[in-house]
Write a protein that binds this ligand. Structure first.
Ligand code: HMG
Length: 424
């Protein structure tokens, strides 16, 4: 997004769908194709769907919304999210609004280095074989590069090698090749490298060749983000202290850390889906990293500082701005134009910031009024705005009977579960 465009669009959620689209059009972020795609209601022609996966019988839609108020590394960013769960987009926008008052999110992503694994079993003297493989580093990296000449021409390629003995007794050895993949997520490239170098690896080490595949635990492709937020933006020092206590709870207890991380992934996954990213890979990597020290831990933490809180998150994030669904899916192309990330690294920082925002919104609600009251306000507001939220004056339907259920539950218990279409 150009510097003068603001992600703070006043009253966005109060407008009808058509007006929201006009507001987005006015920002000048979208080309004709993307505008036409969104104006038509999104979707995916079945002919395109049929090329994307197998045994296609139809397409399956999700709501696409925009999280607002994000400022990441001094740039205002609109975050498209595809999600079925009510409150995820509002919550991320809510926390981003608080954080932007103290300057927004900042972060950095490692160079886009993916990991290829080549497995060998029954290697005689695995330690000696590992040493031979390390000594043959240059020729192995060259063999890997030869398999991905176009990536090498674009400045990527094999950067490093590591031989790990998993069991000297069984002769189980794995070779990691670290491959820089530019702005791609990189799975295909890395799998190509793994398969290409495997015969040479086996010639050097001996043993029986096993798997040749990427690892989704991309520890050389981490992203780190941080944000500060002032007590008064959160609703006072007591709320801030409550958030810090909630964070400590997650650090001490894997049961709580799991839910904490679910809240962190709420917005990140929703944005990843909208942006055509491999969210299964993101999820697998994030949770493996959360447990990398031997105990499952929170991906983000919040700590008290004078007058506020500082939040930090670190996780592996293999995302791409080229390749995969970005090539074929008009909605993904539109989402990429909206988010405006110039590189995969920039996209990773945005997505991790979205995670931190989702986490903050949830912890703030939990540390103050509880999660349900805000959900109810959201729902009531949506009902009140009902007639305006769909173009053409047609009232917006509540998700899968939520309206009726909400009314009934409210009569019985003021803080009853708000959800019909999704869990927390
Ligand atoms: P509120 O206090 O009623 O909102 O919050 P507000 O009227 O003060 O508005 C604040 C901002 O929220 C707005 O700023 C909007 O950005 C946004 P404005 O633009 O007006 O200047 N906002 C909305 N955006 C879009 N549509 C709307 C809307 N309303 C407000 N209708 C809210 C209500 C739900 C946002 C708040 O209570 C909240 O943030 N709650 C957290 C909800 C949450 O985290 N939901 C995720 C599901 S829960 C879960 O999965 C995870 C969990 O288990 C994780 C964990 O345990 O850690 C909880």
């Amino acid at each position: 997004m150009s510097q003068h465009v603001s992600s703070r669009i006043s009253g966005f959620y109060k407008r009808c769908l058509e007006e929201r689209l006009h507001a987005i059009q006015a920002l000048g972020l979208l080309d004709e194709e993307a505008l036409a795609h969104l104006a038509s209601g999104g979707g995916l022609p079945t002919a395109v769907a049929d090329r994307m996966c197998e045994n296609v019988i139809a397409t399956h839609a999700l709501p696409l919304g925009l999280a607002l108020n994000f400022r990441v590394n001094q740039r205002d960013v609109l975050v498209p999210m595809a999600v079925e769960e009510p409150s995820v987009i509002a919550a991320a926008s809510n926390a981003a609004r608080m954080v932007r008052r103290s300057g927004g999110f900042s972060g950095e992503a490692d160079p886009p280095i993916m990991t290829a694994q080549v497995q060998l079993d029954d290697v005689p003297d695995a330690e000696a074989a590992a040493a031979r493989l390390e000594a043959a580093r240059a020729s192995l990296l060259a063999a890997g590069d030869a398999a991905i000449p176009r990536m090498v021409a674009r400045g990527g390629g094999c950067r490093d090698l590591e031989a790990r003995v998993l069991s000297a007794e069984l002769g189980v050895l794995v070779v990691h090749l670290y491959v820089e993949v530019g702005d791609a997520m990189g799975a295909n490239l890395v799998d190509t490298v793994a398969e290409a170098v495997a015969p040479l690896v086996q010639r050097i080490a001996g043993g029986t060749l096993g798997l040749r595949i990427l690892s989704n635990l991309t520890v050389r492709r981490l992203v780190r983000v941080t944000a500060t937020v002032a007590d008064d933006a959160l609703g006072g020092a007591d709320v801030a202290s409550g958030i810090a206590r909630a964070s400590r709870f997650a650090e001490l207890d894997p049961y709580r850390a799991t839910t904490h991380n679910k809240g962190f992934m709420n917005g990140l996954d929703a944005a990843a889906v909208a942006l055509g990213q491999d969210f299964r890979a993101i999820e697998a990597g994030a949770h493996a990293y959360a447990a990398i020290g031997g105990r499952y831990r929170p991906l983000s933490t919040w700590e008290r500082i004078p007058g506020g809180l500082v939040g930090r998150a670190e996780l592996p994030l293999a995302v791409g701005t080229v390749g995969g669904a970005t090539e074929v899916h008009a909605g993904v192309r539109a989402a990429l134009q909206l988010v405006g990330a110039k590189s995969a690294r920039e996209l990773a920082v945005v997505l991790a910031s979205v995670g931190l925002a989702s986490n903050l919104a949830a912890l703030r609600a939990l540390a103050s009024e509880g999660i349900q009251r805000g959900h109810m306000r959201l729902h009531e507001r949506k009902r009140a705005l009902g007639g305006a939220s769909t173009a053409g004056g047609e009232p917006a339907a509540p998700p899968s009977g939520e309206g009726k259920r909400f009314a009934a539950e409210r009569a019985e218990a003021p803080l009853a579960v708000h959800q019909a279409g999704g869990g927390t």
